[in-house]
Design a protein around this ligand. Structure first.
Ligand code: URA
Length: 433
């Protein structure tokens, strides 16, 4: 195979063969194909798209580029959940303990934040000393002992995606349907759980901005997963506004703990219970209604919170922080953002809110950047709320005082205040099976 010919075929809109796709992924992972040729192919895919067969071949090649996990000691059905990425999306920190509290073992690999979106691994590392870089043996052992292990992706899991994702991130080729679908599903199939629930975000804070684009992505990933023998389900959910009131690592952990304690913002709690019910149904725990009632019970009786504390302890963190969230370090600088006029909050651009949070130090612009776990934004007012002029709509937290004016400006520019209330939007648009 000549890489030149593969690029040219895709550039001209012709489908690639499975053999060509596998040779590309293998060669690029081994460093035999240079970045400039891989970039050219990604851009050709971005323009020309891929058929379902090509996307499936790319997904399986990414899966097979490294280790495919096996769980010889776990006999029950295992379930994984993946979000396509959003702002304020801390659902994994709530759902995984709920499901584990009901006896479904969760051994989950999660990602770090990049761009405007946050990542579960960065959030978890807000617990001082908590390790997310467990060996495979440690990972399995924590999952057995606590019922739940949440770790970062091991270096040998889908290494092709690590390289490709980093390349796409700097070549404006992230937002391509076949490239996103194969990236996510390649990793999920390598993690090799029996059932996969996808939370496909849609709206201003997601990678796919339109409902049609998100629906197409969800359908494609469900089809690929089913083709690989997995039980699949996708929920198309609202990411046109940040989820919950907290954005930023330790603020989001604290809000997740609130929900696990039976409190917390209604939208976050509702989405977590909906996702958890679908996960439980996927592993045959009952009807959706029965699963929902079981999930609710774990929030009221404290069992889901206990699982989180056990996991934190097993992974090297201090479990008392779960019961006393005042122990999370507080950012040294704070600033309230005041409403410039009276009216309804008609729209909040979630991507811009995520970027304002990044300015405060909560995320990375480059993979090697250090994160300020205490940085973030707490929203007092959200889409649909009424504000008076001069009333605080948000509080900014940071260790970099100089970042406060720019973050405040960005947040205000992303907030539309109007005399008319916005029309309500659903939290879940559709369930795709
Ligand atoms: N998340 C992923 O893992 N990959 C993508 O391409 C986009 C979001």
């Amino acid at each position: 195979m000549r890489m030149y010919d593969v690029i040219k075929r895709k550039r001209d809109g012709l489908p690639l063969t499975e053999e060509e796709i596998r040779a590309f992924v293998r060669g690029y992972t081994r460093g035999e194909i240079p970045d400039y040729q891989a970039s050219a192919l990604c851009m050709a895919i971005w323009y020309r798209g891929m058929t379902v067969e090509e996307t499936t071949a790319l997904t399986l090649a990414i899966r097979d580029s490294g280790e495919v996990l096996s769980f010889p000691d776990f006999t029950d059905l295992r379930v994984d959940k993946h979000s396509t990425g959003g702002v304020g999306d801390k659902t994994s920190l709530v759902i995984a303990p709920i499901v584990a509290a009901l006896g479904v073992r969760v051994a989950k690999m999660s990602g770090r934040g990049l761009g405007h979106t946050g990542g579960t691994v960065d959030k978890l590392e807000s617990f001082a000393g908590l390790r997310t870089d467990l060996s495979t043996e440690e990972f399995m052992s924590v999952a057995s002992k606590a019922g739940l292990a949440l770790v970062g992706q091991s270096a040998n899991l889908a290494p092709a995606d690590k390289k490709l994702y980093a390349l796409r991130d700097v070549t404006a080729t992230v937002d391509s349907l076949p490239l996103i679908a194969s990236s996510i599903m390649g990793k999920k199939l390598a993690a090799n759980d029996d059932c996969i629930l996808l939370d496909v975000k849609c709206g201003s804070g997601s990678f796919m901005k339109t409902e049609e684009g998100s629906r197409a992505l969800a359908r494609l990933m469900v089809e690929i997963g089913k083709g690989a023998g997995k039980r699949m389900r996708a929920l198309l959910t609202n990411m046109d506004r940040p989820l919950g009131q907290a954005i930023g690592n330790s603020l989001e952990v604290i809000e997740a703990i609130e929900v696990l304690s039976g409190r917390g913002p209604a939208d976050l709690r509702e989405l977590c219970l909906t996702l958890a019910s679908h996960m439980l149904q996927l592993v045959d725990r009952g009807t959706l209604d029965e699963c929902r009632k079981m999930a609710e019970r774990t929030l009221l009786d404290g069992s889901a919170l206990r699982v989180l504390a056990d996991m934190v302890e097993c992974q090297g963190g201090d479990p008392t922080w779960v019961y006393d969230t005042g122990k999370f370090p507080r950012a040294p600088y704070e600033r309230a953002v005041l409403a410039p006029k009276e009216g309804y909050i008609a729209h909040t651009n979630a991507e811009e809110y995520g970027l304002a949070c990044l300015t405060l130090g909560a995320g990375r612009s480059r993979l090697e950047d250090e994160i300020d776990h205490s940085a973030g934004i707490y929203l007092y007012k959200r889409t649909g709320d009424y504000v008076k002029e001069g009333e605080p709509i948000a509080m900014l937290f940071t260790s970099r005082e100089a970042s406060l004016p720019a973050a405040s400006e960005r947040l205000l520019a992303a907030t539309v205040i109007s005399s008319e209330p916005p029309s309500p939007q659903p939290l879940v648009y559709e369930v795709i099976k």
